[in-house]
Design a binder for this molecule. Sequence first.
Ligand SMILES: NC(=O)c1ccc[n+]([C@@H]2O[C@H](COP(=O)([O-])OP(=O)(O)OC[C@H]3O[C@@H](n4cnc5c(N)ncnc54)[C@H](O)[C@@H]3O)[C@@H](O)[C@H]2O)c1
Length: 307
Amino acid sequence: MRVTVVGSGFVGATTAMRVVQKGLAEVVLIDIIEGLPQGVALDMRESAPVEGFEPTIVGTNDYADTAGSDLVVITAGLPRQPGMSRMDLLQKNAGIVGEVVDSVKGGSPEAILIVVTNPLDEMTFLAAQTSGFPHERVMGMAGVLDSSRLRYFIAEELGASPGSVEAITLGSHGEAMVPLPRHASVDGKPLSELVDEATLERLYQRTRDAGAEIVALLKKGSAYYAPSASIAQMVNAIAGDTKEVLPVCAWCTGQYGIDGVYVGVPARLGRGGVEEIVELDLSEQELSQLREAAEGIRSKCEDLGKL
Ligand SMILES: NC(=O)c1ccc[n+]([C@@H]2O[C@H](COP(=O)([O-])OP(=O)(O)OC[C@H]3O[C@@H](n4cnc5c(N)ncnc54)[C@H](O)[C@@H]3O)[C@@H](O)[C@H]2O)c1
């Protein structure tokens, strides 16, 4: 398995490190900044004797070196700067993601694309359009991260081990996130029996605002440890053909009554990419929140046409 990680900044570099250290695939790390991916990759290879992994990572500025990739993770792009509107960020990152996809698709026509660059839903849609790849081979990462954050906040609240908490979020990043209380549990006990409504709502709101909470603390730049762990879990599911069901930004074709739009839904991942969108049993309220999130994304994607 050959994985290209585009963008050697915080998210790209930590993703590459997790993928190579876990032995999930050989990694090609690429960036437009000369020397950056080469330096990051060399530094990682030099840690191999201590960490005990195969140093199968190279850095490059040349897309020819990414040819034959099975999976391409796109983290290239700008984070939002102070004073930058959503449309400004959309314009900048649409230019970058479009260029990246154009550069990789020729050499890796069979690749699966995982988009990470924000604004996530629009960039995933754009990557699918630009690549012309089948929709099951183009997906976005946000739901695994939001779910991990929620699981951590629940564990922290209850003093439980994070690994004992199950929870899943659907929809979109931020305000349009759809938490599913009936699908959350701690040590197998339903979450709703362990905390009251007000606590649940507080944990959900903290999850919606979690990206901004980190940005406010870091002052510049945004989160990368939890994002890269989330990407690595998706890479593992695809590379290992595990058929795990993870919340990903995937193309719906009628599931949940949603058609022709990318939105966060539970998806079975394997070597084919999104092999199935799994339809959980949702309440009427959850279903209508999910459809509302999908319509919000559909109208945001229309902004791409205005650029
Ligand atoms: N989906 C999510 O949940 C999630 C989570 C965290 C970050 N993000 C997004 O991921 C992106 C990267 O975040 P980061 O913290 O790594 O930023 P960063 O600034 O540290 O790194 C971005 C890298 O992209 C590179 N780049 C820019 N244009 C490029 C091009 N045309 N080709 C190749 N490389 C190019 C830059 O040189 C830089 O090294 C941002 O858009 C951020 O908002 C998304």
